[in-house]
Design a binder for this molecule. Structure first.
Ligand code: SF4
Length: 279
């Protein structure tokens, strides 16, 4: 297929090199051989063994998993009216689940508080736990390159909220050993994310990884079945895509993630209609 300049720029930013269709007989059938980005494997969070048959801890995955517990989180009423400083304090002091016993610090969120874009990830990893910021390390760098390809940034200095992104995780504390979050932990932490979304009032939400999708869409459907369409969360258009940590191990799916970002951008630009309201 032929790539537009915009598509080429985005693919390059995501670490994908696009070969020209006239590159010669070595070019693949799709004309898009994939090259590994330069990664410092020593700093990668819990790299999985090659060709493992089950999803690694914290990895976004296409595998279906049960949704969070329907048990009402005890924090819901307490945080529903908090402003940003109070919400940040509430998260920092939270002991609503056992993850408070093993965290170094909570990982609240980062970015402009009225950004038009909001990225929702899964749970802090080891580096996030150390630095107190979501999406750092190789996965975070990949996310930043993906966002930059759309002219977006997590930096708060910009003056145009249309180019700003607020990034938060579904869980605010790191599960020990980067294990998967439990449904109970997700349910207990959920009110914090809900309040963050209510305060940001984003124009578009990117749900990255299965736990973010579970929390926001209340579904156990695999990401592969949910991506490529526009969902809504409380009236906000929502696009599902793979977690950058998953993309680092599954390079061909980077092109799908790029398509998801394009879809989100098109929704904001009015090129693609979002459902009126789906929940
Ligand atoms: S993960 Fe969420 S609910 Fe559990 S202690 Fe941390 S902030 Fe509280």
């Amino acid at each position: 297929m032929g790539w537009t300049e915009r598509q080429r720029a985005m693919l390059q930013a995501m670490g994908l090199r696009v070969w020209s269709p006239v590159a010669g007989p070595e070019a693949t059938a799709t004309g898009e051989p994939v090259h590994l980005p330069e990664l410092d494997v020593d700093t990668m969070p819990s790299p999985p063994p090659a060709r493992r048959s089950s999803p690694p801890p914290h990895a976004a995955s296409d595998a279906a998993v049960p949704p969070p517990s329907a048990t009402p989180a005890p924090l819901a009423g307490a945080v529903a009216d908090l402003d940003w400083p109070a919400l940040r304090q509430a998260v920092a002091a939270c002991q609503a689940c056992s993850l408070c016993e093993t965290r170094r610090q909570t990982v609240f969120g980062v970015g402009a508080e009225r950004a038009h874009w909001m990225v929702v990830g899964e749970a802090p990893g080891e580096q996030e736990d150390r630095r107190g910021e979501p999406f750092v390390g190789p996965a975070g760098q990949l996310l930043d390159r993906m966002l930059a390809a759309l002219g977006l940034s997590r930096e708060v200095d910009g003056t145009d909220p249309a180019q700003q992104v607020y990034i938060a995780n579904t869980l605010k504390c790191r599960p020990p050993g980067n294990r998967n979050p439990t449904p109970d932990e997700l349910a207990r932490c959920e009110p914090f994310l809900m309040r963050q979304i209510a305060l940001v009032q984003p124009r578009i939400i990117l749900a990255m990884g299965r736990f973010a999708v579970q929390a926001l869409l209340r579904t156990d459907a695999p990401i592969g079945k949910l991506r490529g369409q526009v969902h809504t969360y409380q009236g906000v258009p929502l696009v599902v895509t793979y977690h950058p940590a998953y993309l680092l191990r599954n390079l061909p799916d980077k092109a799908k993630a790029w398509a998801d970002l394009c879809l989100a951008a098109d929704v904001l630009a009015g090129v693609v209609d979002a459902p009126a309201r789906a929940g």
